[in-house]
Design a protein. Structure first.
Length: 129
């Protein structure tokens, strides 16, 4: 995570001459974030095609017995390398056979920024608290 350093009056550098202008700070931050995004995407693309154990955090879409809506039940989960609310997630479109708290074997089919798209290839045990 990166951010622009706030104006901290308690440090000596706050009173130094030749402060970096806010516009330049924002430009540098955007450049850094774009570099980080490209590195993350490159690393994630190397994982596409692999099968990973994914903990299902939540279900998405609607549940229906109607064949036309069969693919509307999705899930969002994470691998062991993805921290909740910090890293990306694994998005599963067809997750009718899954539920929250379950582990699933998921083939990563594509990478989008920090996230993965995946398809279920097997089921696992329930997560334990």
């Amino acid at each position: 995570m990166a951010a622009i350093q706030g104006d901290t009056r308690d440090v000596d550098s706050a009173t130094m001459a030749d402060q970096v202008p806010d516009t330049l700070k924002r430009e540098r931050l955007e450049e850094l974030l774009e570099l980080q995004r490209s590195i993350t995407l490159e690393r994630n693309e190397r994982r596409v095609g692999t099968v990973r154990t994914v903990l299902i955090d939540r279900m998405t879409g609607r549940e229906s017995a109607m064949p036309d809506n069969a693919g509307d039940r999705g899930a969002v989960g994470r691998t062991t390398g993805q921290a909740l609310e910090i890293d990306g997630v694994v998005i599963i479109d067809d997750a009718r056979s899954l539920h929250t708290g379950q582990f699933a074997q998921v083939r990563l089919t594509s990478a989008v920024d920090q996230d993965f798209m995946g398809e279920v290839v097997g089921h696992g045990a329930e997560a334990r608290a």
